[in-house]
Write a protein that binds this ligand. Sequence first.
Ligand SMILES: NC(=O)c1ccc[n+]([C@@H]2O[C@H](COP(=O)([O-])OP(=O)(O)OC[C@H]3O[C@@H](n4cnc5c(N)ncnc54)[C@H](O)[C@@H]3O)[C@@H](O)[C@H]2O)c1
Length: 318
Amino acid sequence: MFAARQSFNSLFQKRAFSASARAASKVTVLGAGGGIGQPLSLLLKLNPRVTELALYDIRGGPGVAADLSHINTNSTVTGYNPDAAGLADALKGSEIILIPAGVPRKPGMTRDDLFNTNASIVNSTVPIVSEVYKARGVYNPKRLFGVTTLDVVRASRFISQVQKTDPSNEKVPVVGGHSGVTIVPLLSQSGHPSIAGEARDALVNRIQFGGDEVVKAKDGAGSATLSMAMAGARFAESLLRAAQGEKGVIEPTFVDSPLYKDQGVDFFASRVELGPNGVEKIHPVGQVNEYEQKLLDAALVDLKKNIQKGVDFVKANP
Ligand SMILES: NC(=O)c1ccc[n+]([C@@H]2O[C@H](COP(=O)([O-])OP(=O)(O)OC[C@H]3O[C@@H](n4cnc5c(N)ncnc54)[C@H](O)[C@@H]3O)[C@@H](O)[C@H]2O)c1
């Protein structure tokens, strides 16, 4: 799943960021009828920062919208189908566009296996979108985000289960990407830097491959939807807080990043400070230990391939 902070009034018109625009926050969900899209839309309907919710899907957008529109919060909810102007109307004037559209994993599939049918893995989709935007002359690297929040959410939950602590107090930076070994939890920067040996291996493995637990348990019915909806809603909330002027809002997210460009890796997830224009500051990975450096090295190898795959996909499908 990924998110874009719109800078266009209509799709291709730059919009001035006025105080009134700040007060009115339209959020669009593309793929709103899906397993992630529905609970994500529900959480957005409950978010008082959202004033207008536009729900688009190739099937079922208006139904989800009608249902959510009865919830007694002030935001308006409108559903759109892919008819004549459906998509354009859903996007018009939107502050944030959340895209949980696609096909979820089945048991035994890696995220990379999805690529040919779906091209929906964050590591490759963000480069795909950036290439498409570049081709249209509207790419703004500060406003395109791969949502890796679920990895951070899982990391704090899993470490709390091992340490028997409150997960809301656990902060584990997770950097790299959003696919298997590209997910690099930095336990040395968490509140439990001394976890080592088998306990560390098990925890890191669970964070990297936690999504597989859900895919297996759902037994063919898809991948994480409810936890992903929560993660997507948290990321949207952070974007809105930053857009509405709050300082110091930081989320790990997969963005066009200078950190490893010298190694040919153009996109990377690290802690990113968000602001009214999207990316405000990309924080470096910081001090890592030898174990984490090895994880990082392995992640960079895969990330480079994932990103290239996205770029090649656009070249082959202009
Ligand atoms: N970033 C993450 O952490 C993360 C986590 C879990 C799943 N995902 C991905 O999110 C995506 C959605 O997962 P899901 O479980 O909700 O799947 P789902 O099949 O339940 O829902 C997908 C929805 O997208 C819609 N859709 C498909 N093509 C569309 C298009 N061109 N325009 C608009 N809508 C379209 C479908 O009609 C469906 O309603 C998958 O690609 C999955 O791999 C990402």
